[in-house]
Ligand binder design. Structure first.
Ligand SMILES: [Zn+2]
Length: 386
């Protein structure tokens, strides 16, 4: 009897270990139920000819082999191909406070990503080091590039990007990926880790996530402060290495300070416009205009706190607002897919955005820019040469 009880417990434990990560992923990254989108012939035709790029997806936070198609989550290579996406920035989440909200989060709040690392059976070194968590997720992108060479490559330089464009001209569904951080707490407070992350393939770094860190205030933190001395040093080091700077989640004071000291254009990798959607997730329009004036890009997310709904129509309306505010040359896509949001569609269904942009009367050329050509041009100018 005792043996049966022990065996049952072991089987139950194994079942829990294997299924818990899947259940958490499914729960945290749902897609709202919706009927198939009604898409015009014109939209289908135009969409096929677009070069599409997305500045932000946290897909490597989860235990999935992205070379395969999944029924859960929002992004994998087959679904990127179905959505005609050419470029995907993969961002790495390393710390997220319990009770996470858009108003105020304590830096000392206990951290959800530690529990996620444990239940997903990440290496023990990731349990205590945020840099190791970022590198572990980056390594998944490297592995994907090694194991799925026919469909995917990692882009780290202008030379890689040119190589990618050439490959895509003979293989229409070839996908390029880049690696970025979500918050520079991933440096573990060590300036030298900027170079370490660069060496691991990181080509975009954001400064903050949901809480204040050693670099300065988060948009959802307590202090609202600007860049600290350490923050300034990190910004300059990031620029020195030709890493793209992302000010998503940073306080407005940090964004102002970055604009003062940076010499390169910056991006907001996933956001909405405050004037379109007055939410605590969005910074004010004047700052967005300043970012655009310095040659920057503002990438629109697909969830309610960014665009006040999660439908293709609401994303298109935010884009339309952005085009009127800063011009079509400064608006891009930044889904936040797989970032524990609840979008109304996954990446396979992006044609629905093209349809809604056409419905709003936006011209083909502006649609081309926003859907991906702005991202391509920005990378062509701002990635390291080789
Ligand atoms: Zn984010």
């Amino acid at each position: 009897m005792k043996l049966i009880a022990v065996t049952t417990s072991v089987v139950f434990l194994l079942f829990a270990i294997l299924t818990l990560p899947i259940l958490v992923d499914k729960n945290m990254n749902p897609v709202s139920d919706h009927p198939a989108f009604d898409v015009s012939e014109e939209a289908l035709k135009l969409h096929e000819t677009l070069f599409i790029g997305d500045w932000h997806a946290d897909s490597h936070l989860w235990n999935r082999d992205l070379s395969k198609r999944y029924k859960r989550g929002h992004v994998d290579i087959p679904r990127l191909q179905e959505g005609n996406v050419a470029l995907q920035m993969f961002t790495t989440v390393t710390k997220s406070p319990r009770g996470q909200n858009y108003e105020k989060n304590e830096t000392s709040a206990s951290d959800n990503i530690t529990s996620l690392a444990v239940i997903q059976r990440w290496p023990i070194k990731t349990w205590s080091s945020l840099a190791e968590r970022a590198i572990f997720q980056a390594n998944k992108v490297h592995k994907l590039a090694t194991n799925d060479v026919d469909n995917f490559m990692l882009i780290k330089s202008q030379a890689d990007l040119n190589n990618f464009i050439q490959k895509r001209s003979s293989n229409k569904s070839f996908v390029g990926g880049l690696i970025g951080t979500e918050g520079s707490h991933a440096l573990d407070g060590d300036l030298e880790n900027v170079t370490r992350l660069y060496d691991e393939g990181f080509r975009m770094m954001s400064l903050h996530h949901f809480f204040d860190n050693r670099l300065g205030g988060s948009l959802h933190g307590i202090s609202g402060q600007g860049l600290t001395n350490f923050g300034e040093q990190v910004v300059l080091e990031i620029e020195k290495l030709d890493i793209i700077l992302d000010v998503s989640h940073s306080s407005e004071n940090v964004v102002k300070d970055v604009l003062k000291i940076s010499n390169r254009p910056i991006v907001v990798s996933h956001t909405g416009f405050y004037g379109h959607c007055p939410s605590p997730r969005n910074i004010n329009d004047n700052l967005m205009e300043d970012i655009a004036r310095k040659g920057g890009l503002i990438a629109i997310g697909y969830w309610d706190a960014a665009v006040c709904d999660n439908t293709p129509k609401s994303v298109a309306e935010a884009i339309h607002y952005g085009i009127k505010l800063v011009g079509a040359g400064h608006v891009a896509l930044g889904s936040d897919f797989d970032g524990t949001i609840n979008p109304g569609f996954d990446t396979a269904e992006l044609v629905a955005i093209t349809h809604e942009l056409l419905e709003l009367g936006i011209d083909d050329n502006s649609i081309r820019l926003v859907m991906g050509e702005n991202m391509l041009n920005f990378l062509q100018e701002n990635l390291p040469k080789i």
